[in-house]
Ligand binder design. Structure first.
Ligand SMILES: O=c1[nH]cnc2c1ncn2[C@@H]1O[C@H](CO)[C@@H](O)[C@H]1O
Ligand SMILES: [Zn+2]
Length: 356
């Protein structure tokens, strides 16, 4: 089953570059760059350490594990290598189009400028994408507890023709509402640029409402808490509150990351994840990995878990995939070409052969 899912042409919209490193690469880079704070230098043990340390039930504790990945991503060579390997790993998982995000401001500790950081990552994605047959767009993230979002938004606009396709804010959600960064979002709107906002993961409806109605987010990172605005969850026809109805009516894409949500406590289990109900209600749900290293996962594995929990078939997996492609930040013509030229024919072949 997993093998067949790997063969399906998939689309990934929410994946953090600093959350997807290979453990072997972390160990290499730590040695090369003199980073001496790793909990272990054995790649196997390091893989286990990340998975266990991230499984805390708290977003804040989950985020602490990024100290080590960000710690080894402070030179241009390291950034290029990590981006190249990311493209390779995603391509090997059968992903045909991905948007990968990271926060440039976290990679200037050893003296790189923001421009140098962005250029190093773009080079890795361009080379890796060309060698392994995948298109990777970049989202530049600003950290919500910092005050550099305007600078990062300008950076995203500066590199928009070089492979940067959008902007995002991430980090601890509670206490850091998206409206703190309103100037950056207004700037991006004036520039006709795209952005998504991590919202409704560790904090509820007010965060989602601000992200959409104050900041103008094109998509929601996670958005799981939209479930709080849906009453009578088990009834035949659940009642949508005004915000949930707005999100569904406007087809606002939800970048859902099932395993990550279970680790941070945003969902109790995969089987109880709101994605089940939201898919039945035809919200524009997409399936994502968030952080492949911390969750020990891949997009194919996330799909396999959903197939098991909700008995999904190829039609469901294709629906999630087409949703993701429609919601991507590249141009309409390019999205259409991938949907009609790659995704639909790829799924048609699999449907003819097997059940997932
Ligand atoms: O699920 C998440 N919610 C909020 N912030 C996150 C999540 N995953 C990663 N990051 C944060 O985004 C930064 C840039 O990639 C990471 O360094 C991490 O701090
Ligand atoms: Zn995320």
């Amino acid at each position: 089953m997993l093998d067949d899912i790997r063969r399906a042409p998939k689309v990934l919209l929410h994946d953090h570059l600093d959350g997807g490193l290979r453990p072997e690469t972390i160990v290499d880079l730590a040695r090369e760059t003199g980073y001496d704070a790793l909990p272990t230098t054995d790649p196997g043990a390091l893989r286990t350490w990340f998975a266990e340390a991230s499984d805390s039930g708290s977003l804040e504790r989950y985020l602490e594990t990024f100290d080590h990945t960000v710690g080894v991503m402070q030179t241009a060579e390291a950034l290029t290598r990590v981006a190249y390997e990311c493209a390779e790993d995603l391509a090997k998982d059968g992903i045909v189009y991905a948007e990968v995000r990271y926060a440039p401001e976290q990679h200037t500790r050893n003296g790189l400028t923001l421009n140098q950081v962005v250029e190093a990552v773009l080079k890795g994605f361009a080379d890796g994408g060309r060698d392994h047959g995948i298109r990777v767009g970049t989202l530049l993230t600003a950290m919500r507890h910092q005050a550099r979002s305007m600078e990062i938004a300008e950076l995203a606009v500066r590199y928009r023709d070089e492979g940067v396709v959008g902007f995002d804010i991430a980090g601890a959600e509670a206490g850091y509402p998206p409206t703190r960064h309103l100037d950056a979002f207004e700037y991006l709107q004036r520039e006709n640029a795209h952005f998504t906002i991590h919202a409704g993961e560790a904090f509820g409806l007010p965060s989602i409402w601000q992200a959409i109605q104050w900041c103008g987010a094109d998509r929601l990172g996670h958005g799981v808490r939209i479930i709080d605005d849906i009453a009578e969850r088990d009834a035949e026809s659940p009642r949508l509150g005004r915000l949930a109805a707005y999100v569904r009516d406007k087809r606002i894409p939800l970048e859902m990351c099932p395993s990550s949500n279970v680790q941070t406590g945003a969902a109790k289990s995969i089987a109880e994840h709101p994605i089940g109900l939201l898919r039945r209600l035809y919200f524009r749900v997409t399936v994502n990995t968030d952080n492949r290293l911390m969750s020990g996962t891949s997009l194919s594995e996330e799909f396999a878990k959903l197939v098991e929990a909700f008995d999904y078939g190829w039609d469901d997996l294709q629906w999630f995939t087409v949703n993701a492609m429609k919601s991507a930040f590249i141009g309409f013509d390019e999205r259409l070409e991938l949907i009609n030229g790659v995704i639909k024919p790829g799924f048609a072949q699999l449907k003819w052969r097997s059940h997932p």
